[in-house]
Design a protein. Structure first.
Length: 249
């Protein structure tokens, strides 16, 4: 895994691993199942994982003991009856879906009353906290700073980057009451996250050419030492991402 993604997913694992899941559980945006195999280790197998990225689903299905069932399905039209699940989880997924109102309605529909929904999302600070945006802003190049942040939102396929209050309003409209909401990933962490995109280019090249992110044992140790303080950092007052846990009314 690329270093920028490794540190972000490691922090998200801490949040999602602490969520008290009750079966049956639906994972929206399961990808290749790697994240679930770590974050939900205490709740495996997850009952159902869905994704629209068909190329990742065979790997998710092959991971031993991670999912009971893996389906190609859209979160805007979930192929399940109302009240099918007690828990729904989704790690940095729903911001990528243009019609997020439809996604939230579907999550609420398939949850049983009192059911739990937990998710991670980029916050409104995602573009501004990037290293490139920060440097350009300090140089007085505010238009270029904004363009840099907009570019990263674009290549990250972020359709929805909102502050906590906006997400609370959207969730409430779908019948989901927020029980916990917190920023994570400080401005300093996000600057290193941004720089890691560039420092991790060799890993991307070996992945494309050889199918492996890491070529030899110990290759990622310098990155681990450099990024570890941001895995251990306390929750910031504002962050580039946010964790949200809700209950269906």
């Amino acid at each position: 895994m690329a270093p920028h993604r490794a540190i972000l997913r490691a922090v998200e694992c801490k949040f999602m691993a602490a969520v008290p899941l009750t079966r049956p559980v639906l994972d929206i945006g399961c990808g290749d199942g790697h994240f679930a195999s770590i974050a939900y280790a205490g709740h495996l197998p997850i009952d159902v994982g869905i994704d629209v990225m068909a190329r990742d689903l065979p790997e998710a299905a092959r991971r031993p003991g991670v999912y009971r069932q893996v389906l190609f399905a859209s979160a805007t039209a979930l192929p399940f009856a109302a009240g099918s699940f007690n828990s729904v989880v989704s790690n940095c997924v729903i911001e990528h879906i243009p019609d997020n109102a439809a996604v939230l309605r579907e999550i609420s529909r398939v949850l049983r009353p009192g059911g739990l929904f937990a998710t991670t999302l980029p916050s409104e600070h995602f573009p501004d906290f990037l290293l490139g945006s920060t440097v350009l802003r300090k140089l007085g190049l505010r238009r270029l700073s904004k363009a840099y942040g907009d570019f990263f939102n674009h290549i990250s396929h972020h359709h929805h980057v909102y502050p906590p209050a906006v997400w609370r309003e959207k969730l409430e409209a779908a019948g989901l009451t927020v029980a916990e909401q917190a920023y994570y990933f400080s401005a300093a962490a996000h600057r290193r996250f941004d720089l890691s995109h560039y420092l991790g280019v060799p890993n991307l090249i070996t992945k494309r050419l050889l199918g492996r992110w890491v070529l030899f044992q110990g290759q990622m140790k310098p990155f681990e030492r450099w990024l570890r303080p941001y895995y251990d950092e306390p929750l910031p007052e504002t962050g580039a991402y946010q964790f949200v846990r809700c209950r269906k009314r």
